[in-house]
Design a protein around this ligand. Structure first.
Ligand SMILES: Cc1cc2nc3c(=O)[nH]c(=O)nc-3n(C[C@H](O)[C@H](O)[C@H](O)COP(=O)(O)O)c2cc1C
Length: 337
């Protein structure tokens, strides 16, 4: 694989996305602490969890909580979902007034409670409404607007048509999750559709779906015309993946964290979750977040069981320390033979 000149940069409005690697929006997961980690480890752009346009216009406290950011994020994109062009445009205006830098429109979520209200991937089945939403949002704000879509409800035509419409409406970039809505998360992503979209439009196209490791990333970026990549599940517990991909593309040796760094990152992640969401919610979140980091480690089942029984952040920090010692002892034992 020829990597020379393969590292690209692209702009979304005036924001330079460098490296061209984006953390995918993931509901319940891409909150500020995780976005910070991905940014720190080399993501060129990070995207919020999807935020309800209805919640924004109704001034819901819970919705506004999803918008928290800090200076370490530099800039980030806020994804909104909804089915009414007026409400989506209203939400975008509220976000712009509150300092949002980039707005992303969700046209890919296949989850029942979203689709049954005509939002997310349902818009790929209702191209008239999808176009109205794009026009209303892109025409209603002066900050850059992007669209994230699946390839279609069950075929790629919707994606090709909407991409062209989005470009004509002033949308700044398109992210394509190369699966249909019907596929949900099953089957494989069809990267050839990302290429078709990239051939159709002159705005940046960001390829997404099944980039499971740094080699997948290099393969997609090098062999296609897409401007950048979006990475979701492969970044969970592995924010280092962004820097590693950038290194590979730049012909440098990717650096992998040792267990000390992994456990330090776990502690930082939990402490940051506590400072943003409070102890009670952080304890719950820790049960989802921490096992990602130690996938494949020794005695991970025990760690997970103990984690599910913890009741406080102090308990969790103690558990991390004990588990780190166990892993450290086994690493040292391996070294000394
Ligand atoms: C837990 C979870 C939550 C997700 N939430 C969102 C979301 O809020 N908005 C969205 O556009 N996509 C969402 N996605 C889809 C991802 O952004 C991405 O398109 C998908 O996971 C494919 O990329 P990957 O193979 O790199 O994970 C979610 C995916 C997962 C696994």
């Amino acid at each position: 694989m020829k990597l020379t000149n393969s590292i690209r940069k692209f702009y979304i409005g005036s924001y330079l996305i460098d490296p061209p690697l984006v953390l995918a929006p993931m509901a319940g997961l891409t909150n500020l602490p995780f976005r910070n980690l991905c940014r720190m480890h080399g993501a060129g752009l990070v995207v919020s969890e999807m935020v309800s346009a209805n919640g924004l216009v109704q001034n819901s406290h819970k919705t506004f909580e999803l918008l928290k950011s800090d200076k370490y994020e530099y800039f980030f994109s806020i994804q909104i979902f909804g089915s009414s062009p007026e409400i989506m445009a209203g939400a975008a205006k509220i976000l712009e007034k509150n300092g949002a830098m980039i707005i992303d429109i969700n046209m890919g979520c296949p989850v029942r409670k979203v689709v049954k209200n005509g939002a997310g991937a349902a818009l790929l089945n209702d191209l008239i409404r999808a176009r109205e939403i794009i026009a209303a949002v892109a025409g209603g704000v002066s900050i850059p607007v992007t669209v994230k879509m699946r390839i279609g409800w069950n075929n790629p035509e919707a994606c090709l048509e909407l991409s062209k419409y989005a470009e004509a409406s002033g949308v700044s970039a398109i992210a394509v999750h190369a699966r249909s809505a019907v596929q949900k998360f099953s089957g494989t992503a069809d990267w050839s559709v990302i290429e078709q979209v990239a051939n159709e439009v002159n705005i940046p196209v960001i390829g997404n779906g099944d980039i499971n490791n740094i080699h997948d990333a290099a393969t997609l970026l090098v062999n296609s015309k897409c401007a950048g990549l979006m990475i979701g599940r492969a970044a969970l517990g592995n924010p280092w993946i962004f820097g590693q991909i950038a290194s590979l593309l730049n012909k440098r040796t990717p650096v992998y964290p040792d267990y000390e760094e992994i456990f330090m990152t776990m502690k930082d992640h939990i402490n940051h979750l506590e400072s943003i969401f409070g102890s009670k919610r952080a304890v719950k979140m820790a049960r989802t977040v921490l096992p990602w980091y130690v996938k494949g480690f020794k005695n991970v089942k025990n760690f997970r069981c103990n984690l599910n029984m913890t009741q406080s952040i102090n308990d969790i920090l103690r558990l991390i320390k004990e588990y780190k010692k166990l892993i450290g002892d086994s690493v040292n034992a391996d070294y000394t033979g």
